[in-house]
Design a protein around this ligand. Structure first.
Ligand SMILES: [Zn+2]
Length: 182
């Protein structure tokens, strides 16, 4: 039996950055952009608000970039405050490194399974697909998806009845498969 599961973002992740005004370490963005033009040079920032005090911080997307070297479609989406553009840009490691930010995906994703009952006497192969690079523990996903406790999942690994090419005990953020024989 084969199943497909999906790890799906349900909202934009929080942005980890220390607030200059309070003790908060996280900012929330709704996908609001600011575009500044200076002659032919453009700055584009993604704006985010401190989750405690509401102070605005700017995530640099483009700095002093010639208008001709910017895709017009991207500029339109920034002007429209497109949250999907924000999601795409936050997935970009270059943007994150340049701005010294990390993402906090707590409560910002969910697991979608086929929803079927798993027969006890049959092995199941499950392909897990990530719609965004969300770091999650495979053990936690498997427990949730199969309706098992964390302890039961650990026992299945020890007994060799839960196998995968990836290390199930760490964190993952890309597609993987596993086989479960109960
Ligand atoms: Zn603050």
């Amino acid at each position: 039996m084969h199943e497909d599961w999906t790890v799906k973002p349900v909202r934009l992740p929080l942005i980890r950055r220390s607030c200059q005004e309070c003790t908060s370490e996280t900012f929330r963005t709704t996908g609001k952009f600011r575009v500044n033009a200076n002659h032919k040079l453009l700055d584009v920032w993604l704006l985010a608000l401190c989750t405690q005090c509401g102070t605005t911080t700017k995530i640099a997307i483009l700095e002093r970039t010639h208008v001709r070297s910017i895709r017009p479609e991207m500029l339109d989406r920034a002007h429209d405050n497109d949250p999907r553009l924000a999601a795409e840009l936050l997935q970009d490691g270059v943007v994150r490194r340049r701005n010294h930010i990390a993402l906090d995906w707590n409560d910002a994703w969910r697991l979608e399974t086929g929803g079927s009952e798993y027969p006890e006497d049959e092995a199941i192969d499950v392909s897990v697909r990530f719609e965004a690079q969300i770091p999650v523990r495979p053990m936690r996903l498997i427990a949730e998806g199969c309706g098992l406790s964390r302890g039961e999942v650990e026992r299945l690994v020890v007994d060799g009845r839960l196998v995968s090419a990836v290390r199930l005990s760490g964190k993952l953020s890309s597609d993987f498969t596993f086989t479960l024989k109960r």
